[in-house]
Design a protein around this ligand. Structure first.
Ligand code: ADP
Ligand code: MG
Length: 728
């Protein structure tokens, strides 16, 4: 067997199931021990400083430098006690990764020794330079240096003896250079818009928080096998590899017993997650072989995203101890399911009411319907933008297949709510006639009766209502979900504001409050019902129906990015001040830049695999066939030889054909890249990559996968799908 693959298989078989992170006590005893949470703030801060932090968290009040010094000193005392030696501003640049630049606490003291030092200035602001992050041209001038600023709404935590301080990353000119800042702004906008509307029902409401529960799907692969695949190592996905005879068709992996090596890894990871204050609730096998999922208990959206990113860091680190690799890529293996992050999204008031939860009384249900339909209206209005916000090279391999959400936006609400929506739409509301009480109460009353049992789920929908929340399923598994959530929040804020002003207008023209609400609810239904779809999102009929309804799907990634520059998007983002024009343009640039760079890497790796791994292997195998045929000829001579070697000769011809097309296609791939690389504008270059480079990727793959089926298994250089996916 090829020594590369053999070594990997040998090494892998020596890997054991074992644990490294034991905690003997119950979880409640050590939960949150690595987080500077409220309880620790109370212990380590003066009551004055504690009060200020609370105000900063709850009301966004600014913290002055003097108090910042006090907070820094308390935080340092706690962190040093827990063994931390360094601190860092932890921020989320536009790359989907997280960034950290560590500073030691120690400073030299006058007497020649050192002392632990951490001042308010260092807590509040850092200048990591970080000029190498993609910024879409926002930092081309010297004045546009970037700095990171503490986000007190997400508590500091310790990973690897380093105090991590969640931060936003912005340019001195004010533009945001990260994922967190626009997300925080969108949350503020939604808070304001939702409070304004909710106060029409309950004046004591003073804040509305978005709640987010992120289900994270991922693959786990043995480290030795992973390292024997250059494509996995460099691209996090397999660029070649024939599907295994058995993959997920028996549906025996989903919810199956978790394999013991993975279980050891999961337990270790969960132990550390609990210490970081993350309530990991659910773990299970997913549909594809060696695909898994975890879901934490939902939390405030900003915190929830930070937690998700912390978990990704933790999982990679802990997997290493288990000689495993965690793969967050959207589509690491062809032919089996890809991975996403399902974003469960709801709005909760400071009075503890979930605005997406149907109430027990008609009035509560009018409130519910107002928020519910505003979300649907928002998704309709910006359906393409929302879908495009999930677009990336990785997700393009996942979305639109028949096992991930389709790339056309639609909303599923279930049978009960469909009936409610239909009857409201049929209801007659005129400005001068009062509503028929019976009809009104019947419709609105019907909701709580049926909803609690309403368990119908439609897995083919990208955006589904699931009883008291919406679940957005199109977001990719490797990304920071803020990239989509800020769009959703902003779009919903826009519709809530509009909804309220429409209701007020009706009331000022004489309709009662209830009538006005129902009228606008109905108007929103009529305006947005084209986004509602209860059927099979994978079906061909839906594609046709969707295009009749004017719903556009994502078919080309760089094309989809263009929506960020549309007038409608600019109006939405600029009006709400979530992103200004320059920031939108910068983001557009960065999206294209990342698309190009990722595809460029994939194309290089594939070219390398084809030329340096696959073609030489095919030649070696072909030579053995040729030797064999020559031998037969020597022994038996014509015409017997011809008869005996008919199939062999056919194989030799076939392999020659494959080798020939691999050489041609790889050459064409390189040429296509060269042409694209000569284009200076990122968006145009991305388009050229998508139109001219991408097609060769699948063409080459098809040929290689055919070769994998004919070449002697002993010679094949790379671990095969069956080995990667069924290694336990
Ligand atoms: P599924 O059946 O969709 O796979 P899971 O149990 O895996 O469900 O995950 C559901 C996620 O939704 C969890 O993170 C859960 O905490 C979250 N969730 C539950 N209720 C709400 C809510 N009201 N708002 C936001 N997220 C919620
Ligand atoms: Mg789940």
């Amino acid at each position: 067997m090829s020594s590369f693959r053999k070594r990997a298989l040998d090494e892998f078989s020596s890997h054991k199931s074992e644990r490294f992170h034991y905690e003997k006590q119950p979880v409640s005893q050590y939960f949150g021990q690595n987080v500077f949470d409220i309880e620790k703030m109370r212990r380590y801060l003066s009551s004055e400083a504690f009060g200020v932090v609370q105000q900063a968290i709850n009301e966004g009040v600014k913290i002055d430098r003097k108090i910042a010094d006090q907070i820094a000193s308390g935080m340092k005392a706690w962190a040093v006690e827990r063994g931390a030696t360094h601190y860092t501003h932890w921020f989320h640049p536009l790359t989907d990764a997280t960034a950290e630049k560590h500073e030691a606490f120690v400073d030299p003291s006058k007497n020649g020794g050192v002392f632990e030092n951490f001042k308010g200035d260092a807590l509040v602001q850092q200048e990591p330079d970080a000029s190498s992050f993609p910024n879409g041209g926002l930092r081309n001038t010297f004045e546009a240096r970037g700095y990171s600023a503490w986000d007190p709404t997400s508590p500091a935590f310790i990973i690897d003896d380093t105090l991590c301080i969640p931060s936003v990353f912005v340019a001195y000119t004010g533009e945001s250079l990260d994922m967190k800042a626009p997300h925080l702004k969108s949350l503020q906008q939604l808070d304001k818009a939702a409070v304004d509307l909710a106060r029409m029902f309950n004046p004591s409401i003073s804040s509305v928080n978005v709640m987010l529960g992120i289900e994270q799907e991922y693959f786990v692969v043995d480290e030795a096998l992973f390292r024997a695949r250059p494509d996995l190592m460099l691209c996090n996905r397999t660029l070649i590899g024939h599907t295994s005879a058995k993959d997920q068709q028996l549906e025996d992996h989903y919810f199956g017993a978790i394999p013991s090596r993975v279980m050891c890894f999961m337990k270790d990871f969960e132990t550390e997650a609990f210490k970081l204050g993350v309530v990991l609730k659910t773990r299970h096998n997913e549909v594809a072989p060696n695909q898994f999922e975890f879901a934490p208990y939902f939390a405030e959206a900003n915190l929830s995203i930070d937690h998700n990113l912390m978990m990704m860091i933790l999982m990679r680190k802990i997997a290493k101890k288990h000689k495993l690799k965690v793969i967050f890529h959207e589509k690491p293996f062809a032919g089996v399911n890809g991975s996403g992050k399902h974003c469960n999204w709801s709005m909760v008031t400071n009075t503890g009411v979930n605005l997406l939860s149907p109430g027990k009384t008609p009035v509560n249900n009018i409130q519910f319907l107002s928020f519910f339909i505003s979300v649907i209206r928002a998704v309709y209005e910006h359906n393409y933008l929302l879908m495009a916000s999930t677009a990336s090279l990785g997700n393009s391999y996942r979305l639109g297949g028949s096992e991930a959400p389709p790339a056309i936006m639609s909303v599923f609400v279930g049978k009960t709510l469909t009936e409610v929506i239909d009857s409201i739409e049929r209801m007659a509301i005129t400005d001068d006639s009062a509503l028929n009480e019976d009809v009104k109460l019947n419709i609105v009353n019907k909701i709580p009766e049926i909803l609690p049992d309403n368990t119908d789920r439609n897995r083919t929908s990208p955006f589904a209502f699931t009883g008291n929340r919406f679940e957005f399923r199109a977001v990719g598994s490797s990304v920071n979900v803020a990239s989509s959530m800020f769009v959703l929040n902003t779009a919903v804020a826009q519709q809530l504001t509009r909804f309220k002003s429409l209701v007020e207008k009706e009331m000022s023209q004489g309709l009662s409050k209830e009538e006005a609400f129902l009228k606008i609810i109905r108007q929103y239904i009529t305006e947005s019902k084209d986004i509602l779809f209860e059927g099979n999102g994978y079906s061909q009929e839906w594609h046709q129906e969707a295009s009749r309804r004017g719903l556009k799907g994502i078919s080309d990634v760089p094309e989809a990015f263009k929506v960020f520059l549309d007038k409608k998007t600019r109006d939405l983002m600029v009006e709400t001040q979530v992103l200004c024009e320059r920031e939108l343009e910068a983001r557009y640039e960065v999206l294209n830049e990342l698309f190009i760079k990722k595809l460029q890497i994939e194309a290089r790796v594939l070219g390398d695999l084809s030329i340096n791994h696959i073609i030489p292997t095919a030649i070696k195998f072909q030579n053995s066939l040729i030797q064999n045929v020559l031998g037969i000829k020597e022994i038996f001579g014509d015409p017997e030889f011809r008869q005996m070697s008919e199939r062999q000769i056919l194989s030799i011809r076939k392999i020659s054909g494959y080798i020939q097309s691999l050489r041609e296609d790889t050459h064409a791939l390189i040429q296509a890249r060269k042409i694209a690389n000569a284009i200076s504008s990122y968006p145009e270059r991305a388009q050229s990559y998508s139109a001219n480079v991408l097609p060769y990727m699948s063409k080459i793959r098809t040929t290689v996968d055919k070769l994998e089926m004919v070449v002697d298994d002993e010679l094949w250089p790379l671990p095969k799908y069956r080995e990667l996916l069924f290694w336990r």
